[in-house]
Design a protein around this ligand. Structure first.
Ligand code: GLU
Length: 491
């Protein structure tokens, strides 16, 4: 059987990284098994629809290189790939369930249902509409007739008729067999009063019509699985395989990672920027390859300690038996560590093409941009770090006075004067390093003091990249000026 998987997001806002992880696992599973990765937009809930979400989803997938084989923008033999364009299909399929007695019309008004709900709440019970009480409501089963007037007015919903006392067995590839009693499933609405299907109905019909072989989605859909099984059974359809991916948890492991966590702690939980409040990994200076690599490790492991995988390596190694059941903790430090590995191994030329790099280095000419990047590339975790890491190129930091006091005890003036002398005589800085180090060794100068003198001069504090490389980057004049500045400060 041809492997066909789908990523089926609802356009209800930006795609959380949990959603992107679902897309990634679907993609990996498809590619590993020489199958197809399908994008289906589940936009039947008009109240939750948010303009721009679909474009955002497409852009996020594209940024990560997870290109659908079939989808709203790609075409394919099973379209349309937007549920709002498939209304005619749901109408056809709901008829089948009405005709075979698995579904029925319900005419209860929202007000009537609200009263019933309130009654249950007063008794401390949760309201359910099902086999035990459906005869008390207005529906085609209790009245045993079709209320043509209401149907003509569109004042009805269609509900699934769930038989009581049945055992529902459904298998999840990650969690094994799941067994529940049909008494725990209510007569869920399949078609809403607005003529649109509910998620559950459209989802099952489309998975069937699109010949989906394996449904891979987040754990939050696991409670819906028995209901979905009943809908498959009502049609007499075989179910696809199911895999429910573990939740992505907050860093402390307590609860699901939310947008609020990101805002509070200052890390992105979305792939790309959505609005001014919603930072993306991309705008935070992450490379898409690093994000993909990190997300793959959220709930999956390769049975060895390996942590760095390109997308094609992931495809090769991906095995669904490595998907874990338990929640996966989000670890921003690890995401940054992985990003650092990718920044280090990406060429400066490629990094310079990224808008996030240009945002910081725009002010410099191409040659200088290249030199700066080469100097600090291995020191940063995100491209956003570039800004603080290179600020000394424009202006040194204010002197770190603690370091200045410490250095002062070692009489750095002699060193600084020598540096000035050499710099003045070596406009191209060709022999600067060698001459200075030779002088230091002949005059028994402590190398630590020498390096600290240079670093404090050039940077203003004792951290930063190689001092001789900084000197070359700054050029003779600026270097000279900075050494003189420290000398003046010391006196
Ligand atoms: N539309 C659902 C969502 O946005 C899809 C669930 C599924 O994959 O079945 O999560």
């Amino acid at each position: 059987m041809k492997i066909r998987v789908r990523f089926a997001p609802s356009p209800t806002g930006p795609l959380h990284i949990g959603g992107l992880r679902t897309a990634l696992f679907n993609y990996l599973y498809a590619k590993k098994n020489k199958g197809l990765f399908i994008l289906r937009i589940e936009d039947t809930d008009q109240n939750r629809y948010i303009e721009g979400s679909e474009v955002y989803i497409q852009e996020s997938l594209e940024w990560c290189g997870l290109l659908p084989d079939e989808g709203p923008n790609n075409g394919g033999d099973f379209g349309p790939y937007r549920q709002s364009e498939r209304k005619h299909l749901y109408e056809k399929y709901i008829r089948i369930l009405i005709n075979n007695g698995s579904a029925y019309y319900a005419y209860d008004s929202p007000e009537e249902l609200a009263i019933a709900r309130e009654k249950s709440t007063k008794k401390g019970e949760t309201f359910v509409y099902g086999s035990h009480n459906r005869h008390l409501f207005k529906n085609s089963l209790s009245k045993n007739i079709l209320d043509q007037d209401r149907i003509a007015l569109g004042k009805y919903v269609i509900r699934l008729k769930v038989e009581p006392e049945c055992e529902i067995n459904v298998f999840d590839e990650i969690r094994g067999n799941i067994k529940v009693s049909s008494n725990s499933v209510d007569d869920k609405i399949l078609m809403k009063a607005d003529g649109m299907p509910t998620y559950h109905f459209a989802n099952v019909v489309d998975d069937k019509l699109m010949k989906i072989s394996t449904v891979i989605r987040g754990e939050e859909w696991l409670p819906s699985l028995p209901l979905h099984k009943l809908i498959y059974d009502a049609f007499g359809w075989k179910t696809p395989k199911f895999m429910h991916l573990p939740l992505i948890l907050k860093p402390n492991g307590k609860g699901k990672l939310s947008k609020r966590d990101g805002n509070k702690e200052g890390y992105p939980v979305f792939p790309i920027k959505w609005d001014s409040e919603t930072k993306g990994f991309r705008e935070s200076g992450f490379l898409s390859e690093a994000v993909v690599n990190y997300l793959a490790l959220l709930g999956w492991n390769n049975s060895d300690e390996r942590e760095i995988f390109s997308l094609s390596e992931l495809i090769n190694c991906f095995d669904s038996t490595g998907i874990q059941k338990g929640g996966a903790r989000f670890d921003y430090e690890k995401a940054k560590w992985i990003n650092r590995q990718y920044i280090t191994k990406t060429s400066s030329n490629d990094l310079l093409l990224l808008p996030e790099t240009q945002k910081v280095l725009r002010a410099f000419d191409k040659e200088k941009q290249f030199k700066i990047l080469a100097l600090v590339k291995e020191r940063i975790y995100t491209l956003e770090d570039l800004k603080s890491e290179i600020s000394f190129v424009i202006k040194p930091f204010p002197f770190d006075e603690k370091s200045v006091r410490k250095l002062k005890k070692n009489n750095p003036e002699r060193i600084l004067n020598k540096v000035i002398e050499i710099l003045k005589n070596d406009p191209e800085l060709t022999g600067f390093k060698e001459e200075l180090l030779n002088w230091a060794s002949q005059n028994k100068i402590n190398i630590g003091t020498l390096m600290q003198s240079l670093r404090l001069s050039f940077v203003g504090r004792l951290v930063g990249p190689d001092v001789f490389a900084i000197c070359t980057l700054l050029g003779k004049d600026v270097s000279l000026e900075r050494v003189q500045r420290l000398l003046k400060h010391l006196s």
